[in-house]
Design a protein around this ligand. Structure first.
Ligand code: ASP
Ligand code: MG
Length: 419
């Protein structure tokens, strides 16, 4: 049998009935060629609302918020279901949505000793709801589909930021997901959460559905994982700061992991680790622009050069004794005064160059900053890679200059791959 494909749809990719339909048709189309597992996020905004409710304390105020949230969740999800799920399948999906919202109310009201445990249990309902609609929509698009009957991801007991247990996850995936694939169905799994050692719901941290997808891909021996959202792929800078930021056709696991860890919002920072261990290719692409190839992530290193630039603000430059550092962002090196570091603080911003920067990149970065009258407070290779530190007020200017200087526009390889 073909190795499965894992498709992960983000919150905006299931943000409305029309979006569910689009996601469903991508999944149904893919399922014609190979076994498909779908990992889905909550409808955009839902997790925020659920976690907001979980924070309120018991009493009349919470009863009021719960009643209001039940109403909005039920209206929003029923509305999307009516648009995305064909009439024949709709009653079953609506019944399941209704049952889930009932269970949510029970969880909110149940007495628990640990508020963090309740928070995670409440937070998981957004994904549970969207999974039911998406399974109905995929079935309506012509590919038999079902929500996995149990939660496949096994974790430790750290609520809010649980670590995945790979061996146990494999066993759970064989039990809850594989049988659906063997029957020729698309298996739909809610992302973002798993089960701790005692069976309690645990979440993987905000944005954790990306990680759910690669973890599940790993457990099922998937060939590829596609992360589908509302952006065309990984861009070589934040497009809110650099309007001419361009799509990066290919990144290595190392580069993607480094870029994500710097706060590029496109991927949960832990996403690439399981994929890299198992050699699973990751494709980051848009649900709304399926023609675009997106960004491919694999073990192939792209050769020398800067692939992307990331800006990190809110730092200060200081010296510390080598082992006294708690909130160190980056070690710059040692000088006469000791270990020079960037720590969380104010006044300094850093532009970090991701990829395989060369000495030539350092020199041309320095030259171009000089021409723009931006004096770097530090420039050189550091524990996080090639880094230029500047006064916070110069942050965006420095980012623009370094993006233009170090990333060739429309590099030939890029053109070829898109064509
Ligand atoms: N719905 C969760 C969140 O908003 C997980 C995710 O979207 O990946 O954080
Ligand atoms: Mg989300």
């Amino acid at each position: 049998m073909n190795r499965p494909l894992v498709l992960k749809f983000g919150g905006t990719s299931v943000g409305s009935g029309a979006a569910f339909l689009r996601a469903a048709s991508i999944a149904a189309e893919a399922a014609q060629h190979r076994p498909v597992t779908v990992v889905v996020s909550a409808m955009a905004g839902t997790t925020d609302a659920l976690l907001g409710l979980a924070r309120t304390t018991a009493g009349p105020a919470r009863e009021g918020s719960l009643a209001k949230l039940r109403r909005t969740l039920s209206e929003r999800h029923s509305h999307a279901a009516r648009e995305a799920v064909p009439g024949m399948l709709l009653p079953e999906v609506e019944m399941r949505l209704h049952a889930l919202i009932g269970r949510l109310a029970e969880v909110v009201n149940s007495p628990v000793e640990d508020p963090a445990a309740r928070r995670d249990a409440v937070g998981s309902f957004g994904e549970r709801l969207s999974a039911e609609i998406l399974a109905g929509a995929i079935a309506g698009s012509g590919a038999p589909a079902a929500v996995s009957p149990g939660d496949p991801i096994a974790t430790d007991g750290r609520f809010g930021d649980a670590r995945v247990l790979a061996g146990e996850t494999r066993r759970r995936a064989e039990k809850y997901v594989r049988p659906l694939l063997d029957e020729g169905m698309v298996a739909v799994t809610p992302g973002y959460f798993g089960r701790g050692p005692d069976g309690a719901v645990t979440t993987l941290g905000r944005g954790g559905s990306d990680l759910s997808a690669t973890v599940l891909g790993c457990a099922l021996g998937a060939e590829e994982v596609w992360i589908l959202s509302d952006v065309d792929g990984v861009l070589d800078a934040d497009p809110r700061l650099i309007p001419e930021a361009a799509l990066i056709p290919h990144l290595s696991y190392r580069e993607a992991g480094q870029f994500a860890a710097l706060g590029a919002e496109i991927l949960h920072p832990k996403t690439t680790a399981p994929a890299s261990e198992a050699g699973i290719k990751v494709r980051v692409a848009s649900t709304f622009n399926p023609g675009s190839p997106g960004t491919r992530i694999s073990d192939r290193e792209g050769g020398p050069g800067v692939r992307s630039v990331a800006l990190r603000r809110g730092l200060s430059l200081t010296h510390v004794p080598p082992d006294a550092a708690g909130n160190v962002f980056c070690v710059l090196g040692t000088d006469a005064e000791g270990l020079k570091v960037l720590v969380d603080g104010t006044g300094v911003a850093a532009v970090v160059c991701v990829g395989a920067p060369t000495d030539g990149d350092l020199l041309s970065g320095l030259r171009c900053l000089g021409e723009a009258n931006i004096r770097p407070l530090f420039a050189g290779n550091t524990s996080t890679g090639l880094l230029f530190a500047v006064a916070e007020g110069k942050a965006e200017g420095a980012l623009r200059v370094l993006h233009a200087a170090l990333i060739p526009a429309g590099a030939p390889a890029e053109m070829e791959e898109v064509a």
